[in-house]
Design a protein around this ligand. Structure first.
Ligand SMILES: Cc1cc2nc3c(=O)[nH]c(=O)nc-3n(C[C@H](O)[C@H](O)[C@H](O)COP(=O)(O)OP(=O)(O)OC[C@H]3O[C@@H](n4cnc5c(N)ncnc54)[C@H](O)[C@@H]3O)c2cc1C
Length: 299
C-alpha cells in the first residue's frame, strides 16, 4: 500500500507523458470526490470507462516496439522444474494454439466478476489469472473479499452499467427504495448516501430482502439533483442513456449490488514476485493491497 500511495502521482504523470488525457483546470489535475474518500483525490481520465486510462499505455507499447498479440486467450502456464517459462494461448480468431516461451510471465488478468450472474465487469474478466496461478501452485489469499457496487438493472439495456461515481452521491445523487423512502436515513442518519460501497450494498440488500424493492427488484437511483455540468462530464454514460431514450437528469434508474472488484488474489511481494520463479502478478489479480475493502478510485 505504501508503494502504491507513494508512487501513484509519478505514475499518473507517466501516463500523461504517454498521452493519456486527464481532466484538468489549467495545468492542475482536478481531483474528483469519490465515495468513501475523505478528500477529493480521484484523477479522472477523459472517457474513463472507455479506454481513457490505457490509451497512453497502448501508445507507449507501440512506441517501444513491443510485440502485441491481440485476441489471444492464455489457457495454461508452462512450468519447468519450479519455474514458469512461458504460456499456452488460443488465438481466438484462427483457433490456433500458440506456445509462447518467456523469461518472465506477468499475470495482469484482472478480477473475476463474471463468476457472478450480475457484475460490472466486462465479459473477458472471469478469474483466469487465479486459475492459471493456482495450477502452477502459486499462493492465493483473501479470495472471499469481493466488493459489490451500485449497478444498473433498469433501463434493461443498461443492465450491469455502474452509474458514474456510485450514483454521483457526492454531488447530490440519492437512493430510494420501492416505497420511495430515502432509506439511507434509517441506516446512516448523518452520512446518508455518503458511505463506502460495502455499506451502500449491504443497506440496499437489506431493503431488497425486506421486500421494499423497485419494480425491477432493486433500489431507485436519482440523479435529478446532480448539477448538469458534473453529470455531463460522464459523456459516454450520458450518450449511452440518450441512445436508450433515457434521460437521467429527471428519470430514476434502478440498481442492485453487482460484483465489482476482487481484493484477494495472487500473493506477491513488493517486486510483484509470486514465489514461483519467473511468475509475477500485477493489478487486480494480485492480493493484499486493498485489505478487505478497496476504497473507490484506488485500483
Ligand atoms: C465499470 C468499471 C468501473 C471502474 N471504475 C473504477 C474507478 O473509477 N477507479 C478505480 O480505481 N477502479 C475502477 N474500477 C476497477 C478497475 O478498473 C480494475 O480494478 C482495474 O482495471 C484492474 O486492472 P487490471 O489491469 O488488473 O485488469 P483489467 O483492466 O481487468 O484487465 C484484465 C485484462 O486481462 C485480459 N485477460 C483476462 N483473462 C485472460 C486470459 N486468459 N488470456 C489473455 N488475456 C486475459 C482481459 O481481456 C483484460 O484485457 C472499475 C472497474 C469497472 C469494471
Amino acid at each position: 500500500m505504501r508503494i502504491l500511495v507513494n508512487h501513484a502521482p509519478e505514475r499518473v504523470k507517466d501516463l500523461e507523458r504517454y498521452r493519456t488525457e486527464f481532466e484538468k483546470e489549467g495545468e492542475c489535475y482536478k481531483p474528483f470526490p469519490f465515495t468513501g474518500n475523505s478528500v477529493p483525490r480521484g484523477v479522472l481520465a477523459l472517457e474513463p470507462y472507455h479506454g481513457g486510462y490505457i490509451k497512453g499505455l497502448i501508445e507507449e507499447v507501440k512506441r517501444l516496439g513491443i510485440d502485441f498479440l491481440s485476441h489471444v486467450m492464455i489457457t495454461d502456464l508452462i512450468k519447468e522444474k519450479n519455474a514458469v517459462v512461458g504460456a499456452v494461448g488460443l488465438e481466438l480468431e484462427t483457433d490456433t494454439i500458440l506456445i509462447i516461451n518467456a523469461k518472465a510471465v506477468i499475470l495482469a488478468t484482472g478480477g473475476a466478476g463474471n463468476l457472478y450472474p450480475f457484475t460490472t465487469n466486462p465479459s473477458d474478466v472471469a478469474g483466469d489469472g487465479y486459475a492459471l496461478a493456482y495450477k502452477v501452485c502459486a499462493q492465493l489469499s483473501d479470495m472471499e473479499f469481493i466488493q459489490s457496487r451500485v449497478c444498473m438493472i433498469y433501463p434493461k439495456a443498461m443492465r450491469g452499467t455502474p452509474p458514474p461515481a456510485d450514483g454521483l452521491v457526492t454531488f447530490g445523487g440519492r437512493f430510494y427504495n420501492g416505497l420511495c423512502e430515502r432509506y439511507m436515513r434509517k441506516y446512516y442518519p448523518e452520512k446518508l448516501e455518503l458511505v463506502t460501497r460495502d455499506a451502500m450494498a449491504i443497506c440496499a440488500q437489506k431493503e431488497i430482502e425486506a421486500g421494499r424493492r423497485s419494480p425491477h427488484g432493486g433500489m431507485f437511483g436519482d440523479l435529478s439533483g446532480v448539477p448538469k455540468e458534473e453529470l455531463y462530464k460522464f459523456r459516454k454514460f450520458m450518450k449511452a442513456c440518450a441512445g436508450k431514450n433515457f434521460d437521467p437528469t429527471w428519470q430514476p434508474y434502478e440498481w442492485a449490488p453487482g460484483a465489482h472488484h476482487f481484493m484477494g488474489g495472487i500473493v506477491i511481494n513488493e517486486k510483484c514476485e509470486t514465489g514461483i520463479h519467473g511468475l509475477y502478478a500485477a493489478g487486480e489479480v494480485a492480493s493484499g493491497i486493498h485489505g478487505a475493502n478497496r476504497l473507490a478510485r484506488n485500483a
